[in-house]
Ligand binder design. Structure first.
Ligand SMILES: *[C@@H]1O[C@H](CO)[C@@H](O)[C@H](O)[C@H]1NC(C)=O
Ligand SMILES: *[C@@H]1O[C@H](CO)[C@@H](O)[C@H](O)[C@H]1NC(C)=O
Length: 463
């Protein structure tokens, strides 16, 4: 085990060698100022365009964007945000835009003061979202789709007998896997599941889901994809129907926030929790959401991945354009990619990356990753109190979640086991080393079974 060191500041390679460092940095910041000022402007223009197109195609009179909505006012009016689950980073105050503050979009949109808000309770597929069969299959029966369940994949040995976990010599163990942002259950079924050893397959039952708004799971438009929504769907789709009295949790990236929330709620039932690249930034509660947004998607030009995250998380309308181009037209892109790579099957990460709507991804990014940030301390404390085994695994080259996050967990919960995998990045910590990774997991589950033996029946029957 190695103590992680904070990632060094990456200096732009655009200005190599001879440039004095100071000048280069000054130039980079000037350039980034200009670029982001332009993007601010572009987002406002798009706000106006979308408003007109939405009105034309859907008859919406109120814009669905957050440009001119007021969190406090909405909290008073609706009951949805009663516990502050909706992240302030969704609203204009959190994501500042010079032009919006100057009132440009309000003027051009012809909005009155305090206009906007609402308008989300539409049940149809959006014009800017894909309407292909696999994307809208969850919609086929009308009715209340929050009642619909997540797409669940269960892997269990055909020879095993199930029933009450607590009778018999050797209780069956359960493992729940949660994927990260814009991914799906395939992230586990294509990597860990084929590499499980025979004894593990016999003694464990594995569950993984497509999270709400991703993959084949429902992507309702009248949902704000808060941490609570995600939890409820996992409870309704996995924990309750399969009557899981105890389970291990494994989660990647954003899935870690959901896994921690789940583990804190079911702290007596959780046997171990393995977090792969968890985004955890300790900060005062009132500042946590914005800190998470800044640390994961800072408005910087370099590295390109950070620039991409910044555009997608800070600019609602630009993000919607990207989703419109990529997700709505995923079949065309897949056709082109197959043609170019001359392959019949594309890698599952490419296919699974486009199976979401802008509404589902945008809200999950803000309400789970940023909104959940302020709750992480509470969850970790709850787990520490219940002596749940926490394991953290992260690649030393992770460019999405800073390496310091693993260290932060160790500082918060000294008993947590942290392993840093050399030369692995955010996804390669699992992909391309599936066998090693799966063995690590098996070891974690086995060691937990020993240390908590005899306790496994206490956690049953929680709500
Ligand atoms: C482990 O999983 C990978 C990816 O699915 C697969 O290519 C590899 O063959 C598997 N290894 C074993 C030993 O099954
Ligand atoms: C994700 O990729 C896997 C493997 O290609 C595929 O089986 C699965 O259907 C994909 N999920 C979605 C929602 O397209």
């Amino acid at each position: 085990m190695k103590t992680p060191i904070p990632t060094p500041i990456i200096v732009s390679p655009i200005f190599p060698g001879k440039w004095p460092r100071k000048t280069a940095q000054l130039l980079v910041s000037a350039m980034s100022l200009v670029v982001f000022l332009f993007l601010d402007f572009l987002d406002i223009v798009l706000c106006v365009i979308y408003r007109f197109v939405d009105q034309f195609t859907e008859g919406n009179t109120t814009p669905s964007c957050y440009c001119h909505r007021n969190r406090e006012e909405e909290r008073r009016r609706t009951n949805y945000d009663r516990e502050g689950e909706v992240s302030e980073t969704l609203y204009g105050i959190g994501r500042r835009n010079v032009f919006r503050e100057m009132g440009f979009s309000r003027k051009w949109n012809g909005l009155k003061e305090n206009g906007g808000g609402g308008g989300m309770l539409r049940r149809r597929n959006r014009w800017s979202d894909c309407g292909c069969e696999s994307c809208v299959s969850w919609m086929s029966s009308n009715g209340d789709y929050m009642r619909r369940l997540l797409h669940v994949v269960v892997k269990e040995s055909s020879t095993a007998t199930f029933g009450d976990d607590c009778r018999g010599d050797k209780p069956m163990e359960n493992v729940i896997f949660l994927h990260g942002f814009i991914s799906s259950s395939a992230f586990w079924t294509e990597t860990v599941f084929p590499n499980l050893s025979e004894p593990t397959k016999r003694n464990y039952r594995f569950f993984t889901v497509d999270l709400l708004g991703f993959g084949r799971s429902p992507k309702p438009r009248d949902c704000l994809y808060t941490l609570r929504d995600h939890l409820e769907m996992i409870e309704k789709s996995v924990i309750h129907p399969f009557q899981l009295g105890s389970f291990h949790l494994v989660a990647h990236s954003m899935g870690c926030v959901i896994a921690l929330a789940l583990a804190a709620k079911y702290s007596k039932s959780v046997k171990s929790i393995t977090l792969i690249a968890p985004p955890y930034f300790p900060s005062p509660e009132n500042d946590a959401s914005l800190t998470a947004l800044r640390r994961l998607a800072d408005r910087k030009l370099w590295p390109p991945l950070l620039f991409g995250s910044a555009v997608m998380s800070w600019y609602e309308h630009l993000g919607r354009c990207v989703c419109f181009l990529v997700c709505r037209n995923h079949r065309t892109w897949e056709w082109i990619l197959k043609l170019l790579t001359r392959r019949r099957d594309l890698h599952f990460t490419v296919i699974n990356m486009t199976r979401h709507t802008h509404h589902s991804a945008w809200h999950t990014m803000h309400n789970v990753i940023c909104g959940g940030a302020k709750l992480m301390d509470k969850y970790l404390e709850a787990l520490e109190d219940s002596k749940v085994n926490i394991h953290v695994i992260q690649g030393s080259q992770d460019q999405v979640v800073p390496l310091e996050c693993s260290n932060n967990i160790k500082m918060k919960v000294p008993d947590a086991e942290v392993s840093i995998v050399e030369n692995a990045d955010h996804t390669n910590v699992i992909l391309h080393r599936e066998k090693d990774f799966t063995q690590d997991l098996e070891q974690i589950w086995a060691s937990t079974a020993d240390s908590r033996r005899g306790e496994q029946c206490f956690g049953q029957g929680q709500p």
